[in-house]
Design a protein around this ligand. Structure first.
Ligand code: ADP
Ligand code: MG
Length: 352
């Protein structure tokens, strides 16, 4: 389960992009806390989810002034202690460079009218990783299939309110929010959401209801990310009205590529209709560098949509299926694998 994830000091160092030899100094200076946990037959030193989140929160609050303040305090300490603390302080200052203090685009959606391109999988992984990085995250499942909900290990969504109740039955949005793990909340979905289009169509200001609801709770979060249903639906249009950024997930295969012009045209049309200017990013997924067709599609995406193509390419990896099966983050499955690197890079890219 995601909320029970633990990180070895090496895994933590990789995530924080610090030299692992600095870990003891970080511990001695109280920058990170570790605890011991029995894994298999071995008693290991690990960091819990909250211990890692606390580090990243501290990192984001660390500015020039704090850096100078800590350095000044160190002058009073013994030479050896001060030396080690100075190294830590410098490492922290370096680490702050890669982590966004605040996400540039707070409200985002993962979108494609085509199904099976990896929207729900990547949404789930990115919201979990963003929460590991200490951001307060709200995930919203806008697909009646509820795959994001299941990916986040919520299996009783049929008994829970969804965005249907908020948009159609006027349930206050905060009552549809549940906590999944420290720092990660979810508005789940269930099959009832498949029937929302007709009642939503009959509502006044139908496309604005979702964004008006989200505004009420947006102060409580650093990042709000929705997974959408594979259609040009009113519900997806509503999320577009609420969003600052659209992430179009495109599998690197010919049919997915063929659908891209339509998807981009649909987004353009919606931006005009609702007078919105959004950051639109295409995220190539399921890339396999051994396949010529994968390389061709990636090349075409980059040449046809040079402004929109994300830097991160998500490689095809069985680890993602395994993470889905275990309903956890891919860092929990294979922290050293390609998929962990890709999804961590992608999450950083969403934040900047
Ligand atoms: N990069 C990837 N490598 C391997 N399998 C992937 C990758 N991305 C997604 N998948 C798998 O593809 C399938 C469809 O993904 P899903 O997220 O449900 O797509 P969508 O939400 O767009 O319909 C799932 O079985 C998922 O595990
Ligand atoms: Mg899906």
């Amino acid at each position: 389960m995601f909320k029970d994830i633990v990180f070895t000091p090496n895994e933590f160092a990789q995530l924080a992009k610090i030299d692992k030899t600095l870990i003891p100094a970080f511990e001695n200076n109280g920058i990170i806390n570790t605890h011991r946990k029995r894994i298999g037959n071995v008693d290991r030193k690990v960091l819990s989810l909250e211990e890692v989140q606390n580090f990243f929160k501290m990192l984001r609050e660390f500015d020039e002034a704090k850096h100078a303040e800590v350095n000044a305090q160190l002058m009073g300490a013994g030479a050896e202690a001060a030396g080690s603390a100075m190294i830590v302080n410098d490492a922290i200052a370096a680490a702050t460079k890669f982590i966004a203090a605040n996400p540039k685009n707070k409200t985002q959606m993962f979108y494609n009218v085509k199904g099976g391109t990896g929207k729900s999988t990547l949404t789930a992984q990115c919201v979990m990783i963003a929460s590991i990085l200490g951001f307060r995250v709200l995930a919203i499942d806008l697909d009646g299939q509820g795959h994001l909900t299941v990916n986040l290990d919520v299996l009783d969504s049929h008994e829970r309110p969804t965005i249907y109740d908020v948009l159609i039955n006027d349930l206050p949005i905060d009552q549809a929010i549940m906590n999944v793990s420290p720092g990660l909340d979810l508005i789940p979905a269930n099959l009832q959401l498949c029937n929302i289009e007709i009642p939503l169509n009959n509502k006044t200001r139908r496309e604005y209801r979702l964004s008006e609801a989200i505004v009420k709770i947006s102060d409580q979060y650093d990042l709000i990310i929705a997974d959408t249903n594979p259609a040009a639906s009113i519900l997806n249009g509503s999320m577009l009205v609420a969003s600052d950024r659209v992430n179009v997930i495109c599998a690197t295969n010919p049919l997915s590529f063929h659908g891209m012009s339509l998807v981009m045209a649909t987004i353009d049309e919606m931006q005009r209709e609702f007078k919105r200017v959004l950051d639109v990013k295409i995220i190539p997924n399921m890339y396999d560098n051994r396949e010529v067709i994968s390389q061709e599609v990636l090349g075409e995406l980059r040449s046809q949509f040079p402004e929109n193509c994300a830097n991160t390419v998500v490689n095809r990896s069985a680890d993602l299926n395994e993470a889905t099966k275990r309903r956890t983050v891919v860092l929990d499955v294979n922290p050293k694998g390609n998929a962990s690197t890709d999804l961590t890079d992608l999450t950083h890219e969403l934040l900047t």
